[in-house]
Design a binder for this molecule. Structure first.
Ligand SMILES: *[C@@H]1O[C@H](CO)[C@@H](O)[C@H](O)[C@H]1NC(C)=O
Ligand SMILES: *[C@@H]1O[C@H](CO)[C@@H](O)[C@H](O)[C@H]1NC(C)=O
Ligand SMILES: *[C@@H]1O[C@H](CO)[C@@H](O)[C@H](O)[C@H]1NC(C)=O
Length: 271
């Protein structure tokens, strides 16, 4: 009895395997026509999430080299490495940064020797004095002006006073009080505003630095107020394509698995 039972089972198993092979090998197209296949136990495809956007950081050197002209200020930032301090603040803090960038004409208006005798530390402080270690939109200056004097990136004794007179915002240092003449870039966490005078703190300049004797040079071409919008990354679209390709591959693999399951499921029913 036992022996017969085994052999019948073996026989059945043999038929099952042969039938499986025959159906799987014959044509998947036949299996594809199966109507209302049973729902697969586990989802084959995880819902593919939208590709996470690459964190975008404004490149301050790029920005200052295309806007302006701000070449003098940018040169000083690069010579002193203060550009790194600013870029790090822009990239890696949630507070962000606000920078007051004097146009080239602002430096040209001062005597060439104005910065000649500054120590490296003084020069760094002067540059850091042109920034707040926090992002402020222009709309926030009105409120900020009630907090005068406001400490700059150069430290708590290096302060600026702000005034907002019906939307005309001025930045007051000891020896200059320029108006913000344009918003070069202002999207949190980075704000860059143009000023037409260098900010001159009393800690570095004991007296009002003399102006250049020559009359002001030809007015510099007015730069556009708005920086070119950051290019939306090519890399992301390439990445998206790669991901799409990948998921279509997953789909076809999933279908094959599914068909095999469906075929064996059907056989089991017949069984
Ligand atoms: C800031 O981020 C950019 C990329 O978004 C990177 O190339 C650069 O090295 C970063 N700089 C700093 C100082 O974190
Ligand atoms: C810079 O230093 C030199 C020599 O020490 C001096 O002759 C000159 O007047 C100084 N210039 C300024 C702007 O202080
Ligand atoms: C800035 O404002 C404070 C408070 O109003 C005042 O005491 C200080 O003298 C001002 N500083 C400058 C440079 O105007």
């Amino acid at each position: 009895m036992k022996a017969i039972g085994y052999s019948i089972m073996e026989f059945k198993a043999g038929i099952f395997i042969v039938a499986m092979l025959a159906i799987v090998l014959s044509s998947p197209a036949i299996a594809q026509k199966t109507k209302n296949p049973p729902a697969p136990a586990a989802p084959i495809l995880p819902p593919s999430p939208a590709p996470a956007p690459e964190p975008h950081h404004v490149d301050l050197a790029d920005l200052l080299s295309v806007a302006g002209p701000f070449h003098t200020f940018l040169d000083y930032l690069q010579k002193t490495n203060v550009i790194e301090t600013f870029q790090n603040q822009a990239n890696n803090t949630k507070e962000g940064i606000t920078i007051f960038v004097p146009a080239d004409s602002a430096f040209a208006a001062l005597k060439k020797t104005t910065f000649a005798n500054l120590t490296q530390d003084q020069l760094k402080s002067l540059l850091l004095y042109h920034a707040f270690p926090k992002y402020y939109s222009l709309a926030e200056f009105n409120e900020l002006s009630s907090l005068n004097p406001v400490a700059t990136f150069a430290g708590s004794q290096y302060t600026l006073n702000l005034t907002d007179n019906m939307g005309s915002v001025r930045v007051k240092s000891m020896w200059s009080n320029p108006e913000i003449s344009s918003s070069v870039y202002s999207t949190a966490p980075v704000a860059v505003y143009e000023v037409k005078k260098v900010l001159l703190p009393m800690q570095i300049f004991k007296s009002d630095p003399p102006l250049a004797p020559a009359p002001a040079p030809a007015p510099d071409a007015k730069a556009s107020d708005v920086a070119p919008s950051p290019t939306s990354g090519k890399s992301t679209s390439a990445k998206a394509k790669a991901e799409a390709k990948n998921s279509s591959y997953q789909v076809s693999v999933g279908i094959v698995n599914y068909l095999v399951l469906a075929v064996s499921g059907g056989l089991m029913l017949l069984w």
